[in-house]
Design a protein around this ligand. Structure first.
Ligand code: MHO
Length: 249
């Protein structure tokens, strides 16, 4: 049983990797061996990290998790001064998402575009239905170049429409405090079927999993449209074919 479950997990991981790899291809072909070209497996030294605040971090994580080149997402608290914040006592921090990405596949400028198009930066003291300082809009920059890119993008956003002032702050990045486990991959956890499809990963694996980040975006319906459709198709195929059943041993 244990063997067959882990096989299913490996297979599903490959299936979703294949979805990624064949982004623009007509048909989905399963890789015929259990290894991925080295370039698909960035080591942590080649990865970069960005942090954004744009409202409820459940949604923020889902917005970034599905992008091609994003390897891992984590929700947490940033932008305030309180040490070791918690959800019920986060002090002056903002709900944030940390995005680990492969700079060969996506860059900070593109992440900024997603940031601006995924929330209302003109809303004061809240985001959507959520009211409060913890939902404010912030771009955390890591160095002068990122501050410069952030400032240019903010000016562009302001110029796009004169109605309302863009409230987004640009701050030098400080400590990012990861949030409690129950807030990680929240949208995916709302969907027991998807959780089961990836093999009911234990919490630590779920938090580090690229597949889980992607499916978290999918569960929220926030993947780019083509990715959303590809995952839909893959899941429908799995559902149609059914699960393999062990008949005898
Ligand atoms: N509107 C959300 C806010 C959650 S959040 C992570 C809710 O359902 O409570 O701050």
């Amino acid at each position: 049983m244990a063997v067959s479950l882990s096989r299913v997990r490996v297979l599903l991981t490959l299936v979703l990797l294949a979805v990624n790899v064949v982004d623009k291809a007509q048909s989905i072909r399963l890789p015929d061996r259990i290894s991925v070209p080295a370039r698909e497996l960035p080591n942590s030294q080649t990865l970069k990290t960005a942090v954004f605040a744009l409202g409820s971090f459940w949604r923020s994580e889902a917005v970034f998790g599905c992008l091609n080149g994003v390897v891992r997402t984590t929700v947490g608290y940033a932008g305030g001064s309180k040490s070791n914040p918690e959800y019920r006592s986060l002090g002056n921090h903002a709900e944030s998402v940390q995005v680990e990405y492969d700079p060969r596949l996506i860059n900070f400028r593109q992440l900024l575009e997603v940031f601006w198009s995924s929330h209302d930066s003109r809303q004061v003291f809240g985001q959507g239905p959520d009211v409060g300082n913890q939902y404010r809009s912030i771009i955390f920059s890591n160095g002068n170049e990122e501050s410069r890119l952030a400032a240019i993008s903010k000016e562009r956003e302001q110029a796009r429409s004169k109605s309302g002032i863009v409230t987004t702050q640009i701050q030098q990045r400080g400590t990012f405090y990861p949030a409690e486990p129950e807030h990680q991959k929240f949208e995916l956890k709302r969907n027991p079927f998807l959780l089961q499809l990836i093999g009911n990963l234990p919490e630590e694996e779920l938090e580090g999993s690229s597949l889980a980040s992607k499916l978290n975006g999918y569960a929220a319906g926030l993947c780019p449209e083509n990715v959303q459709k590809q995952i839909d198709a893959k899941i429908n195929e799995i559902v149609r074919k059914g699960w393999p059943i062990l008949r005898e041993v």
